[in-house]
Write a protein that binds this ligand. Structure first.
Ligand SMILES: Nc1nc2c(ncn2[C@@H]2O[C@H](COP(=O)(O)OP(=O)(O)OP(=O)(O)O)[C@@H](O)[C@H]2O)c(=O)[nH]1
Ligand SMILES: [Mg+2]
Length: 413
């Protein structure tokens, strides 16, 4: 449609191209072509005329291609959208990077062992609590294997149920040795004797434990005039060690005897026939000092089959050392393990793992230096209560595994 009040023009040129160039030169970018036709130009009397082009047109008043206010807004909107999208993708990438690095850290914490990408959170949490308590890798693997087998994915979401079950499984693996029994008096008033021997590495608390047991069994309400408990030490090579046990014995008014050889020990046992309980303290031996251990075994063998040997291990000993100690003392045919210094560590998974693997029961637990308070009969409850990181319901564990037996409760009452 032709617009009104416009400026119109007509241009003639030899070629369409030249006509167009002339139009742009004269009227600029706003010039619009309306018609164009071929015309004959020049010549004389109709002769020598040449073909040319004529174009007509007008100058538009609308600025050409100038963006409208609307299009500027739309442009800005699109720009913002593109930027927002870019930012969103950037954040997603950051999150993905973060997840990747978390996965790598978890796998490093797991001793470099790659966890399956889809390992459920509950399982990871249990694994980390067991590691924190120093349970051995095979023990942890066994527990996790059982969880995988017996728990559905939905059940794994219930951490309270999961940890309760795991605690029960740990408890089931702990073996407890029955408490020490003093032989009953015979019909004619004669008493048979029990020889209770403690062996173990140096400094684990053998003498202290002997003193604690002597106090409990020797002082608690015997009306008999004959001594119910006697202490024997074959640790008389060291003056200090002898003084240590003599001091305890004196306070408790319990006789203490030193023996140095197989012969002396045999003689003592023959004389002590009928005493209720004979507690034997031994020299602390390094598990590597094999010849000295053999020497001590010769002396202890003199006690024959009436003796019961218990091996003392400190709860602070690392798993590989516990394994070595258990093996080295094997020739003594110890019946159970006395666990000392449990007050010095919060991590007893190492001890539980190794004892479970070697099927050794625990008889007593010592948790301090005070004589006689800091000792109790071993119980699954006491060991489970010592684990760190589990939410423990004492009441439930008591129902499941029985109560803690504080021997000193009876002693002090
Ligand atoms: N914290 C803590 N310390 C203990 C415990 N039992 C013993 N001790 C301490 O450990 C140290 C060594 O105790 P002893 O009873 O002499 O150890 P031992 O095994 O007889 O030592 P040797 O005869 O030298 O082999 C002493 O300082 C005791 O007080 C315990 O259950 N907890
Ligand atoms: Mg000692």
């Amino acid at each position: 449609m032709i617009e009104k009040d416009l400026q119109y023009f007509t241009i003639e040129a030899p070629t369409p191209r030249e006509a167009l160039e002339q139009m742009r030169r004269q009227y600029g970018q706003e010039a619009r072509i309306l018609t164009h036709k071929t015309v004959r130009r020049g010549g004389v009397l109709g002769m020598f005329a040449r073909e040319g082009v004529e174009i007509t047109g007008y100058i538009s008043q609308k600025p050409r291609n100038k963006p409208t206010a609307m299009s500027v807004a739309t442009l800005e909107e699109s720009r913002q959208k593109i930027l927002a999208e870019a930012r969103r993708e950037q954040s997603l990438q950051l999150i993905l990077n973060e997840i990747q690095s978390l996965k790598e850290n978890l796998s490093k914490d797991n001793g470099g062992k790659k966890l399956p990408v889809d390992t459920p959170g509950g399982l990871l949490r249990i694994e980390s609590i067991l590691q924190h308590n120093d349970f051995s890798p095979p023990f942890i693997e066994e527990i996790l294997g059982r969880v995988r087998k017996e728990f559905s994915l939905e059940d794994l979401d219930n951490f309270s149920v999961l940890q309760t079950q795991v605690l029960d499984w740990i408890g089931d693996k702990i073996q407890i040795y029955p408490a020490l029994q003093i032989p009953e008096q015979g019909a004619q008033g004669a008493q048979s004797s029990k020889v209770f021997i403690i062996v173990g590495p140096t400094g684990v608390g053998k003498t202290t434990t002997i003193a604690k047991l002597a106090a409990i069994f020797g002082v608690s309400g015997s009306s008999s005039t004959s001594p119910k408990v006697q202490i024997v030490t074959i640790d008389n090579y060291r003056i200090a060690a002898l003084r240590q046990i003599e001091t305890y014995a004196e306070i408790m008014r319990i006789p203490v005897t030193c023996v140095e050889s197989v012969g002396e020990f045999k003689k003592f046992l023959a004389m002590a026939e009928g005493t209720g309980l004979i507690l034997v303290d031994t020299i602390g031996r390094s598990p590597r000092d094999l010849s000295k251990l053999a020497e001590m075994k010769d002396v202890l063998d003199a006690a024959g089959t009436c003796c019961e040997i218990h091996l003392t291990i400190s709860a602070t000993t690392k798993a590989s050392d516990v394994e070595e100690i258990l093996k080295t003392f094997e020739p003594f045919k110890y019946r159970a393990v006395i666990l000392t210094k449990i007050d010095e560590t919060l991590r007893i998974g190492n001890i539980i793992s190794v004892l479970a693997a070697s099927r050794k029961p625990i008889s007593y637990i010592a948790d301090g230096q005070s004589v006689p308070q800091d000792i109790e009969q071993a119980s699954i409850l006491r060991l489970l209560m010592n684990l760190d990181g589990f939410r423990i319901s004492r009441e439930r564990l008591e129902k499941r595994f029985g109560e803690r037996v504080k021997i000193n409760d009876t002693f002090w009452s």
